[in-house]
Design a protein around this ligand. Structure first.
Ligand code: F3S
Length: 756
């Protein structure tokens, strides 16, 4: 069904030769991260050493995973590639579109009613192109991947930032935008800047109330929310090997919260135990044969300062439980220290309204069993929960096993709500309020990864704190943020003072995992006859039409759509929030195109001049007018245009509406590549001061576009309203292949043509 042992064996078979060669060309012992990266070079055998943080390198990932929100546009694009099947094993997971409200059964039914067209679309495309499909309720993408697909030494990409979770099983797993996933599905290379390497040595051993979650909360405190940017974090040391595989997954998962490219651990016995428990003994056997290649060379961990760009050491025996937040995951408070003062000073509500356990970060069997040990103690000691409690199991396998073993029953005895095996409150899919914008100030504690304002429930006044599942359970009994379960007493229903003992739990289910219906739907052997249905009047899905190439002659009368002032991120270009609903419908979601960008001429958002009639209006409406009249437009921007996410909608929307070029002081690189992939011009001012020359009524003529070539700047003649002109030199970074994308209308058009 699930994993592909032949593919894994192939990865292992080539490993020794490639890694040994890499050690030669690099000229020193290798970290685990380097071994995995050099074993996955698109060009095969390593021939040169890459410079960390500088060189862009083509890789060949082993797998792809997509979640339901991002898979829609990814698959719509893949359908354009004209391929019969995906080029590498791929799975789709329905987990983001299920709202938490009443409890698993009713919520799943509701999701299946309200999002059936999206689920049916994803299932039929999966069936057609050889993609494994995990139905709504099967589980959260990263837990399902860990249970079924992740393998030590592998490389995968996924259209979700917490794809990095698979590092818990020794992978280099990286979150990407849909456009990158489509390239790999279509058989192309995947490009990544060779990451820097941060080593984290874990000494000592976790005990008592301290959990793997506290390790990453501590790392977040040390490195801050941006400290891992552009780097792989590699954990090692005795504290690492003493930890469970799913605990390692938690740590890697939240590497996304420090901006890390990914995080990983070397292969060890905890991973072997996990592989065998999840019925992958053949993977464990294969991994055991190449063990020395699935961890760093011994010299590296002996002298990490020589081999990593940065090294951090944490003594787990001295680490205490942490409560991080609110509003940012790197703001730490050690339990039992100064939470009362901090909360009072900052006016954080001390009373906790909800405790939430689960999400892809902390929903393993071990997590649920440790949290349930606290729940059981509370019941035995005559306590009731003071906060409401919600549980999201990570997968049907975990849920079924936890139910069989009485774990879920303990939570239910306390009155907890068991939500669907899905993201739910972690992604704002939580029907907590009728009107979240005007909901009261309050605090919640959860074991998820992100705690930005509005993330869980849409209420900007919810102060969300992040903690381990066991601490979350204890706080639910106390109902207070400043509760210290190691020392504080609670009063039970008989008026007696009671205290919690340390949590206990099972790394893996003593009776083994079990599941009846895991929710997996295998694709047909030959899906060519499968018809993908999208209703013509659907507001959520729309089949894509290939973009027409932009003709040279159309670039002589290009109008300015907007000159964006200051920061213009992918959120300004294609907002999230309510627009998530239209992620699979390019025309509908294009109604948010650039509506968050500030117009440099009036400092307003979504208010630009229509040069055809002189009226002011919204950006998408104005652009649609230009398109109706057969006129292309240009967007002008400031520095780091398109920073933020790798969302391909931010490039597809302007392209769909008829923007031909984006001319800026500088680009965020991923967005620049996305523009290229969609067959547009992504250009930078050769002279930044030329930004100031652009006026509101300008018309642009790309005088030498017919000579578009690598390393040759383009010349643009800008005509102002008074008839005067300026000549602007625009740089670009297109290589030959990318110019072919432009000439064909998009990268996918080119792939399709090459297929024929
Ligand atoms: Fe889902 Fe939250 Fe993880 S949205 S994939 S549970 S980070």
């Amino acid at each position: 069904m699930a994993f592909d042992i032949d593919m894994i064996k192939k990865v292992y078979a080539q490993m020794a030769e490639r890694v040994d060669k890499a050690r030669d060309v690099v000229g020193k012992p290798l970290t685990l991260s380097e071994k995995i990266l050099y074993n996955h070079l698109w060009d095969g055998m390593p021939t040169k050493a890459f410079t960390r943080g500088k060189d862009y390198v083509d890789f060949a990932p082993d797998r792809i995973a997509c979640q339901d929100a991002t898979a829609q546009m990814a698959l719509l694009q893949f359908m354009q590639a004209g391929k019969k099947n995906v080029a590498v094993p791929t799975t789709v997971h329905c987990d983001h579109l299920i709202q938490a409200k009443q409890g698993a059964k009713a919520d799943l039914k509701h999701a299946n009613e309200t999002s059936s067209e999206v689920f049916n679309f994803l299932e039929s495309v999966s069936n057609k192109y050889g993609i494994g499909f995990w139905a709504p309720g099967a589980g959260i993408i990263h837990q399902v991947v860990l249970e079924n697909y992740a393998f030590p030494g592998g490389m995968m990409i996924g259209t979700d930032s917490h794809t990095v979770n698979a590092g818990g099983l020794g992978m280099v797993a990286i979150g990407v935008g849909g456009a990158d996933a489509v390239d790999v599905m279509a058989g192309m290379a995947w490009e990544l800047k060779f990451p820097k390497l941060i080593g984290v040595r874990l000494t000592g051993k976790l005990s008592g109330w301290t959990a793997p979650k506290d390790v990453i909360l501590k790392v977040a405190e040390i490195l801050t929310a941006k400290g891992g940017t552009g780097a792989i974090v590699e954990y090692f040391g005795p504290g690492a090997t003493a930890m469970s595989c799913t605990g390692k997954g938690t740590i890697c998962n939240m590497g996304a919260e420090i901006g890390a490219t990914t995080s990983t651990f070397g292969y060890d016995e905890s991973m072997e135990r996990y592989l065998r428990a999840t019925e992958r003994a053949d993977v464990a056997d294969a991994a055991n044969k190449v063990k020395e290649y699935l961890t760093a060379d011994p010299e590296v961990y002996a002298n990490p300062e020589q081999y990593f760009d940065q090294v951090i050491e944490i003594n787990l025996s001295e680490l205490g439980p942490l409560l991080n937040g609110p509003f940012t995951p790197d703001l730490s408070t050690e339990v039992g220290t100064d939470m009362t003062e901090k909360a009072t000073k900052n006016e954080w509500p001390l009373q906790v309204e909800w405790g939430l356990i689960g999400s892809c970060t902390n929903s393993s069997y071990e997590d649920l069993s440790r949290a349930s040990s606290i729940a059981q103690q509370g019941i035995d000691k005559g306590l009731k929960i003071k906060s409401e409690l919600g549980i999201n199991p990570g997968s049907e396998q975990v849920r079924y096993t936890a139910e069989r073993d009485g774990i879920l029953g303990i939570f239910e005895d306390l009155g907890a709500k068991i939500f669907t095996n899905a993201c739910g409150p972690c992604i704002g899919q939580w029907a907590r309020y009728e009107d979240p914008k005007n909901a009261p100030k309050n605090s919640i504690v959860h074991s998820f990864n992100r705690n930005f304002a509005k993330r869980a429930d849409g209420n900007p006044n919810t102060h969300a704190f992040v903690a381990s599942p066991e601490l979350t359970a204890a706080i639910a009994f106390a109902g207070r943020l400043d509760f210290n379960p190691m020392t504080d007493v609670l009063i039970n229903e008989n008026g007696e003072e009671v205290r919690f003992d340390e949590p206990t739990g099972w790394e893996l289910p003593p009776k083994g995992f079990a599941v009846e219906e895991n929710g997996y739907v295998a694709p047909m052997e030959d899906g060519s006859g499968v018809e993908v249905k999208v209703a013509s009047d659907s507001e959520r899905l729309q089949l894509l039409t290939p973009f027409e190439p932009i003709k040279d002659e159309d670039l002589s009368n290009v109008k300015l759509l907007i000159k964006a002032f200051g920061k213009c991120t992918t959120d300004h270009i294609s907002m999230a929030g309510p627009w998530l609903r239209y992620r699979g419908h390019l025309d509908n979601i294009s109604n948010n195109c650039l509506i968050g960008a500030v117009n440099a001429f009036n400092m307003k958002t979504n208010f630009v001049k229509n040069q055809l009639d002189g009226d002011y209006g919204g950006v998408p409406d104005t652009q649609r007018e230009y398109k109706k009249n057969g006129i292309y437009s240009i967007v002008v921007g400031d520095h780091n245009y398109g920073e933020g996410s790798s969302r391909e909608h931010a490039a597809m929307e302007p392209r769909h509406l008829g923007v031909a070029a984006v001319l800026v002081k500088s680009f965020a690189r991923i967005h620049e590549t996305n523009l290229k992939k969609q067959g547009m011009l992504g250009l930078t001012f050769a002279n930044e001061a030329d930004y100031d020359k652009i006026q509101e009524d300008d018309t642009f003529n790309f005088v030498d576009i017919s000579e578009f070539a690598p390393d040759k700047p383009l010349t643009i003649e800008v005509t102002h309203a008074d008839g005067s002109t300026d000549t602007i030199v625009a740089n670009h970074t297109y290589n030959e292949a990318q110019i072919d994308w432009y000439r064909e209308g998009s990268a996918l058009n080119l792939i399709k043509k090459q297929n024929k």
